[in-house]
Ligand binder design. Structure first.
Ligand SMILES: Cc1cc2nc3c(=O)[nH]c(=O)nc-3n(C[C@H](O)[C@H](O)[C@H](O)COP(=O)(O)OP(=O)(O)OC[C@H]3O[C@@H](n4cnc5c(N)ncnc54)[C@H](O)[C@@H]3O)c2cc1C
Length: 367
């Protein structure tokens, strides 16, 4: 089959890789250079975590996601992942930590609950004043997102696929599989896979009602001198309250400490306002200050904006439309599932799995 993929983020490239391995002819088009620094997939880090609040369906997909990453690392001959473990802080009045722990226990992965004093004794960099309790799981870690996307693009080319950069798909006819590129060239494919990230509604305007691009600011900073050994032993920290929260990613994979914001802005346009302001950067970075002892010695280095594409209940939107399939709405948690989604969709293309069951699984409904 001839397959055209619109979008060379982690999803489009993972689909391309798996379909090439299944013997299809694949061309990937991207509106920008690859990796596109403005795409959702392109940042220094993305997390793999089992803690998923009440979204137990997605927690249940993480084992398979890990296995898919391992197959990718074996193929690449290199890994862009490091395990850190996960520390989840439970805020008074918030249920996310408890819901996550319950879901993990139901999966046969009990968590280790710590009271604040125990957690501070184990992780002396932390100040857990006001935290109800915390849980630790040894699983979870950090993917170097930009290196993954670059490696996937190289892999797609090595498998005989074509990646056309600076080549926007202007419009598509999902019924016939025809498409028009921005330079006016027309093309047709047996199968059209649309994975345009936060630009999805530009290509498929009806998605505008269901998907909200959400501008998020992430920050990077330097840890105080003399704390390297303690940071090397630190897990990722997820501090999720009822209405707000932050996450801190330890300085791993040669990158600085990262601090991001858990709440969705639910506004912005992925082509505009991409430079974060100094106040925004400071606000996000300092949100971690309340949890880090001696925060005055931490130094904000820089930051960037990234876009979530938020769907209802953060459930991925995977739909078949004629000769096309849409992959969108990966919200704030799609990266970890990229290679797995590629592999599962190749099973659909081979007729070994129905599209309906694949779509339900991608919505976090299990299966
Ligand atoms: C700040 C932040 C933190 C996150 N943290 C995590 C995390 O810890 N763990 C996790 O699993 N996930 C996380 N995510 C979510 C994850 O990064 C996304 O769900 C995932 O990267 C989406 O990938 P994608 O391929 O769908 O989209 P993108 O990476 O945006 O790729 C879409 C590509 O399509 C191209 N494109 C768009 N329109 C066209 C067109 N018309 N023609 C041709 N090309 C086009 C774009 O140039 C782009 O390269 C986070 C996201 C953000 C923003």
């Amino acid at each position: 089959m001839q397959v055209a993929v619109a979008g060379a983020g982690v999803i489009g490239l993972s689909l391309a890789r798996s379909l090439l391995q299944a013997g299809h002819e694949v061309t990937v088009y991207d509106r920008a250079e690859v990796p596109n620094p403005h795409a959702s997939s392109v940042d220094r880090s993305r997390l793999i975590r089992y803690a998923y609040g009440r979204q137990a369906g997605y927690a249940g997909m993480v084992d398979d996601a890990y296995a898919a990453w391992d197959r990718l690392w074996a193929e690449l001959g290199e890994s862009h992942y490091v395990r850190t473990g996960t520390l989840v802080l439970a805020q008074p009045g918030a249920t996310w930590a408890r819901d996550s722990a319950n879901a993990l226990a139901a999966m046969g992965r009990p968590v280790e609950w710590l009271d604040p004093a125990e957690a501070e004794a184990r992780y002396p960099l932390l100040d857990l004043t006001g935290v109800e309790r915390a849980f630790y799981v040894p699983s979870g870690g950090v993917l170097h997102a930009e290196r993954v996307v670059a490696a996937l693009a190289r892999r797609v080319r090595a498998l005989g696929g074509t990646v056309r950069e600076q080549c926007p798909v202007e419009s598509v006819d999902t019924v016939s599989g025809r498409m028009v590129l921005a330079d006016g060239t027309r093309g047709q494919a047996d199968m059209l896979l649309l994975a345009p990230g936060p630009w999805a509604a530009r290509l498929l305007p009806d998605l505008e009602q269901r998907l909200t691009p959400s501008r998020q600011v992430v920050t990077y900073g330097d840890i105080p001198p003399g704390t390297r050994a303690q940071w090397d032993a630190m897990p990722m920290v997820l501090d999720i309250g009822k209405d707000s929260g932050f996450y801190a990613v330890p300085p791993v994979l040669g990158e600085p400490l990262k601090v991001g914001d858990h709440s969705f802005s639910l506004q912005g346009d992925p082509d505009w306002d991409r430079e974060p302001g100094a106040d925004e950067l400071r606000g996000i970075f300092e949100s971690a200050g309340v949890r880090l002892k001696g925060f005055d010695a931490y130094r904000l280095r820089d930051g960037r904006t990234c876009f979530y594409t938020v769907a209802a209940e953060e459930r991925f939107v995977v739909e078949q439309r004629g000769r096309a399939a849409v992959f969108a709405g990966f919200s704030g948690h799609g990266f970890k599932f990229g290679p797995l989604i590629g592999e599962r969709f190749a099973e659909v293309a081979a007729g070994r799995r129905s599209f309906e069951s694949f779509a339900r699984w991608a919505e976090g409904e299990g299966g």
